[in-house]
Design a protein. Sequence first.
Length: 184
Amino acid sequence: MSLKPIIILPDTRLRTISEAVTNVDGNIRTLMDDMLETMYDAPGIGLAAIQVAVPKRVIVIDVAKREADEEEGGVEKKNPIFLVNPEIVLASEETSVYEEGCLSIPEYYAEVERPARVRVRYLDRTGAKQELDADGILATCLQHEIDHLNGVLFIDHISRLKRERVVKKFAKEAKRRAEEGDLA
């Protein structure tokens, strides 16, 4: 396994609509393993392949540590979920609000309202069809990561004014980094 660089806003690849995976093979499993290691190292609770510049419909999620922090005072747990070609097939009318962040938009958080419960259909690590019913932080994380596969960022769910401020801030920071790189 190896760590992959995470692409950061304003990188336009984050707006790419990812391609469906036709075969869950060794290459896809290696990608998922690398993504999981990258996500844990970041640290985060979800990662879409496009965030490591691979436009494939693959996500990895592990909310076990977050749930343990909320419920048990931080007992270290791991429960990774690997999803290939995930799609939301059912979403509740009831909504919930969570403060979301994103590894591709570091150190920025905002409250986002989403359906409180979802059912997701996907292929697992072996290519077998699965369905997952989720609520709470897992439902939010699934929706957030599936959005990535469709070129949507969590900041697209906040007000236009806040979104424009965030994009401007990250564009300015990227320009500054590029200029410093030119000077090096």
